[in-house]
Design a protein around this ligand. Structure first.
Ligand code: E4P
Length: 215
């Protein structure tokens, strides 16, 4: 399973990259606005740092506006993926962009049929939002499982990015369900390395070594 970082923060991206954990990045208007400043400069810095796919989201409402924005966003680099909201106009834009060979990530997916529509329109990726479903007491990972089954039933190559991840358990469940990608907030990705028994075991090894060597 690929790990994308769900952030627009360049320090977080650099840190995950250094640890070899970064296969790509997803941003959205909220994440970019959280960073403040000039979003273009921010997007440029991200696309320079990241060698894998970087999702940049369009904000237009009509397909024509989305396609025009996508053409502008593609100037940030060949590995840019155009993130498009799951709307009727978004599907039209997805189809147009896919015919032009431009990669798309259809976002704000909350039902398996929305994912199927996006795949039929030629989406490269779909992003089911598991955390936001959990928030309303709907099992988010069940959505991922249903999308996996549908895509496998019909041989769709559209990749599943599990989005709106809130905990390490979401990452584990994404891998168990056969998701292609998990897009993970920095706080969660940093916590994956930790285990109290690792810390305890390391402390014991160090103490025993100090006894043996006197250091
Ligand atoms: C997906 O690509 C979105 O950027 C993101 O995962 C949304 O997560 P949130 O529900 O924590 O805002």
């Amino acid at each position: 399973m690929e790990f994308f970082l769900d952030t627009a923060n360049i320090d977080e991206i650099r840190s995950a990259n250094k640890q070899g954990l970064l296969d790509g990045v997803t941003t959205n208007p909220t994440l970019l606005s959280r960073e403040g400043g000039d979003w273009r400069e921010q997007a440029k810095a991200i696309c320079t740092e990241v060698k894998g796919p970087v999702s940049l989201e369009v904000v237009g409402e009509t397909a024509a506006e989305m396609v025009a924005e996508a053409e502008d966003l593609m100037k940030f680099g060949q590995h840019v993926v155009i993130k498009i909201p799951m709307t009727s106009e978004g599907l039209i834009a997805t189809k147009i962009l896919s015919q032009k060979g431009i990669k798309t990530n259809v976002t704000l997916i909350f039902s398996p049929l929305q994912a199927l529509l996006a795949a039929k329109a030629g989406a490269t990726y779909v992003s089911p939002f598991v955390g936001r479903l959990d928030d309303i007491v709907v099992e988010g990972m069940e959505l991922v499982s249903q999308i996996r089954t549908i895509f496998d039933n019909y041989g769709y190559e559209t990749k599943i990015i599990v989005a709106s991840i809130r905990s390490p358990l979401h990452v584990l469940d994404s891998a168990l369900e056969g998701a292609d990608v998990a897009t993970i907030p920095y706080k969660v990705i940093s916590s994956l390395v930790k285990h109290p028994l690792t810390d305890k075991g390391l402390a014991a090894f160090n103490a025993d070594w100090a006894k043996l060597t006197g250091k």
